[in-house]
Design a protein around this ligand. Structure first.
Ligand code: ADP
Length: 394
């Protein structure tokens, strides 16, 4: 298929889009329709000359926003649409050409991702209306982690919770972990060996990848498990919920809200969920910001050390996401907490590898595991999987 792929990431009030050519180097048309369903709905994007535009779309819904997006594609006609779908449960181990049975399976998984899957389904419905002729493909955040063995995905809970209710660890950010580990295998002469990946953005997760297969990951049933994130707590004692309910009278919704939206860097620093500001304030000596940075890095190092148990051999660690790609401070602090792995970091390379650049950070000839920064490309990976799926559906 030579035509470009339109990648869609649909939230409850937003649609992120990117039109991606078969030549990965070709410029992309990309943008975001936001505040949908409100009088302030608008479309922001860049044209092929790299110029930004904003178009007001008062009260537009998802279908109206997609029609407006179509008009911004400068006459280029997509050959397929690739949808980012957050939760595929155990139904999907790879991308799937969307038909009624795929829609039904995504619906049946909505209880596991109540905020995301219904929005993703709304995106599929709206896209079908606007592009009835085009093949549509679902690419799942969870699919890459379906290779986890039971010892990694099962919680130590009564079996029926797994067999009857699907309570297990699923993992997320799969397209990112898949993309950066495959890319490291291409760039390094170690090939597709054993890689620890750290996706550090507003959401954060780690993964252990062996021979292009995920063997463990830090997120679980939901994207709340694992690392400290912008506003999410990551791991807490499972007894915390009962304690907060009994001692403070908090409802489940209040607890859920506190752990998802008031915690993480924001909760620890008392200032912000934005790592740039946390770093600036920590350098100024703000105690909350210093604590937030310290806990954030320690928990990443602890997670990487734990996930190394999944790998027969460690070839290297990969940093990605807004923080992983741009923060020399976080990278050096995390690596300094793992002296027993024998990482050796080239300080100059660490300082200069920022703003979307690929870089190898380990000192030449040290023989220990490598350290890479690889800008993630979730949209590119979704387009690639969409192409493969359309060309050779299962
Ligand atoms: P999302 O998960 O929403 O896609 P990103 O991957 O863009 O988010 O990551 C956002 C995070 O990256 C924010 O915490 C932001 O502060 C951080 N970030 C971006 N640039 C830098 C930088 N230069 N130094 C430190 N952190 C940065």
């Amino acid at each position: 298929m030579n035509a470009p792929v339109l990648v869609i990431n649909c939230g409850s009030s937003s649609i992120k889009y990117a039109l991606i050519d078969s030549d990965p180097q070709a410029p992309r048309l990309a943008g975001l329709a936001e505040r949908l369903g409100s009088s302030e709905a608008r479309l922001k994007g860049k044209n092929s000359a790299g110029e930004s535009f904003i178009q007001q779309l008062p009260d537009a819904d998802h279908s109206e926003a997609l029609s407006a997006i179509l008009k911004c594609l400068e006459g280029r006609v997509p050959g397929a649409v690739g949808h980012r779908i957050v939760h595929g449960g155990e139904h999907f181990t790879q991308a799937a050409l969307i038909d009624d049975s795929v829609v039904a399976a995504i619906e049946s998984t909505s209880a596991l991702a109540p905020l995301h899957n219904p929005a993703n389904l709304a995106g599929i419905a709206a896209t079908k209306k606007v592009f009835p002729e085009l093949p549509q493909v679902a690419v799942f955040d969870t699919a890459f982690h379906q290779t986890l063995p039971p010892r990694a995905y099962r919680y130590a809970l009564p079996e029926a919770l797994y067999t009857e209710h699907g309570i297990r660890r699923y993992g997320f950010h799969g397209t990112s972990h898949a993309f950066v580990s495959q890319r490291a295998g291409e760039l390094s002469n170690r090939g597709a060996g054993g890689w620890l990946t750290a996706h550090l953005g507003n959401g954060c997760s780690t993964s252990a990848v062996w021979s292009n297969q995920s063997l463990d990951t830090s997120m679980g049933l939901t994207p709340l498990e694992g690392l400290v994130m912008g506003t999410r707590s990551g791991d807490v004692d499972p007894g915390l919920h009962a304690h907060l309910h009994r001692q403070l009278g908090w409802s489940l919704d209040e607890i859920d809200n506190a752990l998802n939206t008031q915690s993480g860097l924001l909760g620890l620093s008392g200032l912000t969920n934005d790592m740039r500001e946390v770093e600036e304030q920590a350098l100024e000596g703000h105690p909350g910001a210093k604590l937030a940075l310290g806990v954030f890095c320690y928990r990443i190092a602890k997670s990487l050390a734990a996930l190394s148990c999944a790998l027969p051999k460690l070839d290297g660690v990969i940093f990605t996401g807004g923080i992983g790609e741009n923060s020399p401070i976080v990278r050096s602090e995390v690596l300094s907490l793992l002296p027993h792995f024998g990482f050796s970091i080239d300080k100059a390379a660490n300082e200069t590898t920022i703003r979307g650049k690929e870089g190898k950070l380990d000192s030449v000839g040290h023989g220990g595991p490598e350290v890479w920064v690889i800008p993630t490309d979730e949209e590119g990976r979704i387009a690639m999987e969409t192409r493969l799926c359309v060309e050779s559906p299962e």
